[in-house]
Ligand binder design. Structure first.
Ligand code: URA
Length: 220
């Protein structure tokens, strides 16, 4: 079916005198929109992402959760994906895990939440809060990369193993081994740490996150 459509497109183009075409978008794999083709301001990018239907998460979302915070933040926190509260409100990290993240920012980094930028690997809620699939994460990744480029933070904090894995492509190293270490991310510093939801289930891991955040604070 797809091949038939492709053939029709090629015949139509030939009828208009075209002798050669690049591989059409419909047969490309992954997000056809390259990072460099995406809007060059955060507000235009937000509008663009709000209209995204590249994956099935767009069918079940209530709101796209683009991200929020200081547009020139030094620190950007990157979570996994919106949960129920985030999907309902369109804002990242506003549920229980979000309240803990806000406390960490205020009490350890000693700055208001509004001074950092907060985003997620995927911008739409995965049903029942399941982990985003590699396809969903890869389709959404150009948006996140553009967001990083536009906010231009010095430090990225990957919250939890999903964020770390999809950001870096390192699918092997457990978060418990890599947390607190500085990883090069295209010239920026990326520090993985535990996700606040994990801390809600395992309060004894808070100490490690506190240490990681003190490391971040010392780099400011
Ligand atoms: N968990 C995430 O990873 N992101 C959110 O925005 C909320 C909860």
């Amino acid at each position: 079916m797809q091949q038939l459509q492709l053939l029709k497109q090629l015949y139509a183009l030939r009828a208009f005198g075209v002798e050669y075409v690049d591989e059409p978008r419909s047969v490309e794999r992954g997000n056809p929109m390259q990072k460099s083709d995406l809007p060059s301001t955060l507000s235009a990018l937000r509008e663009y992402v709000n209209a995204c239907h590249l994956c099935a998460l767009s069918k079940t979302r209530t709101h796209v959760v683009f991200g929020e915070g200081a547009e020139d933040a030094d620190i950007m926190f990157i979570g996994e994906g919106p949960g129920e509260m985030e999907d309902n409100t369109g804002r990242p990290f506003v549920g229980r895990a979000g309240q803990l993240l806000t406390k960490i920012i205020e009490n350890v980094l000693e700055m208001p939440r509004e001074a950092v930028y907060i985003a997620n690997v995927v911008k739409c809620r995965p049903p029942a809060n399941r982990v985003p699939t590699p396809e969903e994460a890869n389709l959404c990744k150009p948006y996140l990369l553009r967001q990083i480029e536009l906010v231009d933070p010095r430090i990225l904090v990957a919250l939890g193993s999903t964020s770390y894995k999809y950001l870096t492509g390192d699918m092997q190293t457990p978060i418990s081994r890599v947390r607190g270490e500085l990883v090069d991310f295209g010239g920026r510093k990326l520090i993985p740490t535990y996700h606040p939801s994990y801390l809600l289930r395992n309060p004894s891991a808070k100490k490690a996150v506190w240490q990681d955040m003190l490391k971040v604070k010392a780099m400011l």
